[in-house]
Design a protein around this ligand. Structure first.
Ligand code: DX5
Ligand code: ZN
Length: 220
């Protein structure tokens, strides 16, 4: 049976109790830490930057899945490698030379991810799919946690899965935004490999149990 990766989004953690929430993920069934970096330009919000990520990395015992919602991400590829990012995801809409950016990420020893906004057609990735380790399909407009899931995402995931298979690529599909117990199974059935969940996990009364339940739901 395929293993679905759960990547809780730290954006929804309690920043005044960050170490507690990191330990919670360390001791849970989640596989990755999803880390949202927002610059207030590419998206209408600012999240956190390098000093905070450095502190997260010191405590996190699982891979760091860093999602850059910033313009011109090439400027910081080396910095994120030094900070300990394992997967570095840039936005398709923020890269003029996407192919070059992907090579630069891999040259720093990280897995290269590409995120696509809800309006971006998956077929635009056909010519780079073999070079992409992970496609992050945005199921909300990036910038904020706690938004509602966009239903058109299922169609995009199915189309993307076909492109990956037609090219014999090993690219993972990640879903980011509004993931809950209501859509998780359907997303995995459509072809998703990684589920990001922020407010659904950290907004629940028992995040560890919520992660476990999400995991059980998609494995069944
Ligand atoms: C949105 C971020 C998401 C967000 C998900 O811009 O990229 O990772 O934290 O949060 P939820 O799960 O609350 O939609
Ligand atoms: Zn994200």
């Amino acid at each position: 049976m395929k293993n679905t990766i759960i990547s809780p989004s730290i954006l929804a953690a309690d920043f005044a109790n960050l170490q507690r929430d990191i330990e919670l993920i360390n001791n849970s069934e989640a596989e990755w830490f999803h880390i949202d970096v927002m610059d207030g330009v590419f998206v209408p919000n600012i999240s956190f930057g390098m000093p905070v990520i450095k502190s997260i990395a010191q405590h996190a015992k699982k891979p760091l899945d860093v999602h850059l919602m910033i313009v011109d991400p090439d400027r910081y590829i080396k910095t994120f490698a030094q900070l300990g990012a394992n997967v570095l995801t840039v936005h398709y809409e923020a890269c003029t030379h996407l192919h070059r950016t992907l090579q630069a990420i891999k040259n720093e020893g990280m897995q290269a991810g590409v995120a696509i906004n809800p309006h971006t057609n998956v077929t635009l990735l056909e010519d780079t799919i073999k070079d992409i380790d992970l496609v992050c399909v945005m199921s909300v407009n990036p910038g904020f946690g706690g938004q509602s899931f966009i239903e058109n995402t299922y169609k995009k995931v199915r189309q993307l899965r076909q492109i990956i298979e037609a090219n014999n690529a090993s690219t993972k599909i990640e879903i980011d935004g509004g993931v809950t117990d209501k859509n998780a199974k359907q997303l995995v059935d459509a072809g998703a490999d990684v589920l990001v969940a922020g407010s659904y996990v950290f907004g629940s009364s028992d995040p560890t149990r919520t992660i476990k339940e999400l995991k059980n739901l998609v494995q069944s």
